[in-house]
Design a protein around this ligand. Structure first.
Ligand SMILES: *Cc1c(COP(=O)(O)O)cnc(C)c1O
Length: 296
């Protein structure tokens, strides 16, 4: 199975014009960048594999996409988390409910590592942070290059928010291989951890710093998964001004950071919508409860 190239839309937000790469529309069951990161496993045959094992947060987009992959491949999925809240066990929703429906087996266990499993197990690092991700992200880069050519956009700035930084890193790396005179520069911001953490993540996947994306950040420290008034407000504004639903974990900080760096906006700019909207099912009710006075 393969994907068609995802569409590019033009949107206007807060008085600026943006191109928007709709990777959220790649496939109805895969979350945008997780579909890119797991594409290698989708496209190739693994006759010895019977089971996927991974770990991370109980509402993660990667977990849900892995459950889709496992279902398509006829593999079992075993997923480890630190803790499952009673409330969630009693009221499954969001990525967690979706993954259970696809047959995921979930267990509470502190540390898991690839060495614990046999030859018939495919072990996936948290969030899909691994070399195989490059395969699908190269295809994303090629789609962008083709689109630049078609539209005569010689110099492009690209922005996407980072978790592990895997997508941003491989995207910048793939765009640097010589393509006539086209230039594309990748900017990102850390949503999990700070700039130092993100830089370290880049270095683990690629030694050559010339191939790293440029990190932009807001001055104030940001905690992943915390409910910030500013994040909720910009998410609502995005929906009102562009009609597009973004994810609530990464995109609000992404857009806030981008708008705070006008120097990046003076070239044509492509924002990558990396999916994750199913996760809003768990975030949105929490925002509504915390900020009842903010109207939608
Ligand atoms: C996973 C995810 C990210 C982070 O991707 P990384 O490759 O880990 O940096 C960003 N946005 C959304 C919507 C995601 O699901």
């Amino acid at each position: 199975m393969s994907f068609n190239s995802s569409p590019v839309a033009t949107i206007s937000f807060e008085g600026h014009s943006f191109y928007l790469k709709r990777d959220d529309l790649l496939h109805p069951d895969f979350s945008g960048n997780k579909a890119r990161k797991f594409y290698y496993f989708l496209q190739n045959d693994f006759p010895d594999i019977k089971k996927v094992v991974s770990y991370g947060s109980v509402q993660s987009n990667a977990m849900y996409s892995l459950s889709v992959l496992a279902k398509m491949k006829g593999w079992e999925l075993e997923y480890f988390v630190d803790h499952i809240a009673d409330y969630l066990t009693e009221n499954p929703h969001g990525n967690y409910a979706g993954a259970l429906k696809n047959g995921m087996k979930i267990s509470e266990q502190l540390a898991v590592g690839s060495e614990q499993f046999g030859e018939d197990v495919l072990f996936i690092e948290e969030g899909g942070r691994q070399k195989e991700a490059e395969y699908g992200i190269k295809i994303l880069a090629q789609e962008i290059i083709d689109w630049q050519k078609e539209n005569n956009i010689n110099e492009l700035n690209i922005f996407l928010p980072s978790g592990t930084g895997t997508t941003a890193l491989y995207l910048q790396k793939s765009l640097l291989t010589p393509h006539s005179s086209l230039l594309a520069h990748v900017y990102t911001t850390p949503c999990v951890g700070d700039s130092t953490y993100l830089k370290k993540q880049f270095s683990e996947l690629e030694d050559n710093e010339k191939q790293h994306p440029t990190i932009l950040a807001l001055e104030k420290k940001h905690h992943f998964g915390k409910l910030y008034r500013e994040n909720y407000k910009i998410w609502l504004k995005l929906q009102q001004q562009t009609g597009v639903v973004f994810d609530l974990l990464y995109d609000p900080l992404g857009w806030r950071t981008l708008l705070a760096h006008p120097e990046v906006l003076n070239k044509p700019i492509l924002y990558i919508h990396q999916g994750g909207v199913l996760g809003n099912e768990s975030m949105l009710p929490r925002y509504r409860r915390k900020y009842p006075s903010i109207s939608e």
